[in-house]
Design a binder for this molecule. Structure first.
Ligand SMILES: [Zn+2]
Length: 87
């Protein structure tokens, strides 16, 4: 992490628990708002891009600090874009 003094300044790993909240205004013909299989697949695509990677070298974390807050925002934006495209 840049511009930060402390243990997290040095290269290290973290584990995160990612929770995705979805809201829909209507259901499809069989009563589903969003297929969990689809949701899980889209989320795993995103997580695979980050898992065991040096985040400081990945866009946008080469410019934005890879804090929990920024990673949550990044995942929110990516998932929102993906789910709109498929929905
Ligand atoms: Zn840390």
């Amino acid at each position: 992490m840049r511009e930060y003094q402390g243990k997290c300044e040095a290269l290290h790993g973290h584990n995160w628990l990612v929770e995705v909240v979805v809201r829909a205004s209507e259901l499809d013909g069989i009563g589903i708002a969003l297929d969990f299989v689809e949701l899980k697949a889209r989320l795993n695509e995103e997580l695979d891009l980050l898992d065991h990677k040096y985040l400081n070298e990945l866009t946008p974390f080469d410019k934005v600090n890879p804090t929990s807050e920024n990673i949550a925002r990044y995942l929110f934006e990516r998932m929102a874009a993906k789910l709109k495209m498929t929905g």
